[in-house]
Ligand binder design. Structure first.
Ligand code: DGL
Length: 290
């Protein structure tokens, strides 16, 4: 499946000189991944793009997530990125493969788009002793079965139990992480997950927003269950990827700078992003659906 609705897309002229690494999320969640990436790889330049105007992606159809994600990737390429990380599980689950297989060969076969699911699975598969793993994610990620399929490929002995947590992203997006409502919904989905399989010993936070709920998640997760946030593992995997691909590494500029773009209001993004990053940032508005 490919999404070429207009000729403008096909006649895209992309800058060829080296550029920043692009990091894309449907909203703020990818900032948790970006922070970890910048800890491990501080020397590169980055562009973060949050599609806050159209978030959440988690409840949207395959076609729409694919269309939106492709538009974002296209914009990041136009901004000079040769490497784009889909720091969003929903986009990784619903759009990554189509973009890699159908779109990159036409857009520019030398550019790369990577996701967050595979690096997470590679790490988590080695952790579980019981070989029963829980995955918490958006409805879209869980329904796509992307985690189940990736585990099946890499660790066929593992049983994967998914649980959609549709209220968690809104809790984070609306800064309600510390509210009583958050307690209610965090407990509810953790219980729903664990009631499906008593042998779960490792739980993946399969959505980039969820690390912001970590204090509450820890409160309701029984002791002895390992909770995995994916940022650190995505970052290490990217580091390893760049070591293995010097031709891509050479096309990533090193100035230790990050530019932030949002499809929504700049002020709103800057204010909310400070919760994720614990610092003030300068943000620019960008339309990606033109
Ligand atoms: N941050 C996205 C993810 O990792 C989900 C947020 C949304 O639903 O847009 O799946």
């Amino acid at each position: 499946m490919s999404f070429y609705k207009n000729l403008k897309f096909m006649s895209l002229i992309l800058p060829t000189q080296p550029g920043p690494i692009g990091v894309f999320d449907s909203g703020y969640g990818g900032l948790t991944i970006l922070s970890e990436i910048r800890k491990v790889l501080p020397m590169y330049d980055y562009i973060y793009l949050g599609d806050n105007a159209r978030t959440p992606y988690g409840t949207r159809s395959f076609d729409i997530v694919y269309e939106f994600t492709l538009q974002a990737v296209q914009r990041l390429f136009e901004k000079g990125c040769h490497l784009v990380i889909l720091a969003c599980n929903t986009a990784s689950a619903k759009a990554l493969r189509s973009i890699q297989v159908c779109d990159l060969p036409i857009l520019d076969p030398s550019r790369r788009v990577l996701g967050v699911i595979r690096p997470t699975v590679e790490h988590v598969g080695q952790l579980s002793r019981s070989r029963h793993i829980g995955v918490l994610g958006t409805a879209g990620t869980i329904k796509s079965e992307s985690y189940v399929l990736e585990f099946r490929k890499l660790f066929p002995d593992i049983r994967v139990i998914g649980q959609a947590c549709p209220m968690w992203v809104p809790l984070v997006e609306y800064n309600e992480m510390y509210s009583d409502g958050a307690d209610y919904f965090v407990k509810k989905y953790i219980q729903a997950l664990l009631s499906q399989d008593e042998q779960i010993d490792t739980v993946v936070l399969g959505c980039t927003h969820y690390p912001l709920l970590l204090p509450k998640i820890k409160k309701y997760m029984p002791a002895g269950i390992t909770i995995v946030s994916q940022g650190e593992w995505v970052a290490k995997s990217l580091q390893y990827y760049l070591q293995r691909h010097p031709e891509i590494d050479a096309r990533c500029t090193r100035g230790a700078h990050c530019t932030y773009y949002t499809t929504e209001s700049e002020e709103k993004f800057a204010e909310s992003a400070s919760t994720f990053l614990q610092k003030n940032i300068e943000v620019h508005h960008l339309d990606i659906n033109e």
